[in-house]
Design a binder for this molecule. Structure first.
Ligand code: NI
Length: 203
């Protein structure tokens, strides 16, 4: 290896490191760090949907209340009903403080989940549970804001011919609409209630 080659390799390395440093320093270079400056994850954002009573609602509608948000669908055989029962159980454990929390089920299957179907379905779980549907575009916007994955998959076993794959996470959002906590599958109602109560007390 000649001296010139060594020099060029060293120079190339310096340029690469400088470019990387510059990239990470620039505002747009922080794409790999999905957090706001305050350290809260980028979960949540504007949406417009249709409530199970037919009224149009937006994220602003729920300001002033904590929201407990779950994305699912009414034809879901087991995962969604289980999570909705956990949410309902947590609300019951909160007693009167449950009035400060609005649980929301946002469908990922707007094709089948009309407002009427949502109304019938949420009644099986908790009197405070509100079902939200919308156009496929409205649902897609809301799901993107919450980083929720969903996909239609063919299901010959089902008489509806398809089912929905979807991520199963419950989000707790604050009265200002900001993200507070998320609960993965397997979280029990006691633990969920405990975390919500802590957020209410801290508010
Ligand atoms: Ni489900």
């Amino acid at each position: 290896m000649s001296r010139l080659t060594v020099f060029l390799i060293a120079l190339g390395g310096l340029v690469a490191i400088s470019a990387l440093t510059l990239f990470l320093t620039l505002p747009g270079g922080q794409a790999n760090y999905p957090e706001r400056a305050s350290g809260t994850p980028l979960i949540g954002g504007p949406f417009e949907l249709v409530a199970h009573d037919g009224q149009t609602v937006t994220d602003e509608t729920f300001r002033g209340n904590f929201t407990l948000i779950y994305f699912g669908f009414t034809y879901c055989p087991d995962v969604c009903p289980t999570e909705l029962q956990v949410m309902s159980g947590a609300l019951d454990l909160l007693g009167e403080d449950a009035e400060k929390v609005r649980p929301l089920l946002i469908t990922v299957d707007p094709e089948r989940d009309t407002a009427d179907i949502m109304a019938q379905y949420v009644a099986n779980f908790h009197p405070r549970l509100m079902g939200l549907t919308g156009t496929p575009e409205q649902i897609s916007t809301a799901a993107s804001a919450y980083r929720v994955y969903y996909e239609k998959v063919e299901d010959p076993e089902s008489n509806a011919a398809y089912t929905m794959d979807h991520s199963s996470v419950v989000y707790l959002m604050g009265p200002d609409g900001n993200f507070i906590a998320h609960f993965g599958p397997g979280t029990g109602p006691e633990k969920m209630a405990e975390r919500i109560q802590a957020a209410i007390n801290a508010n």
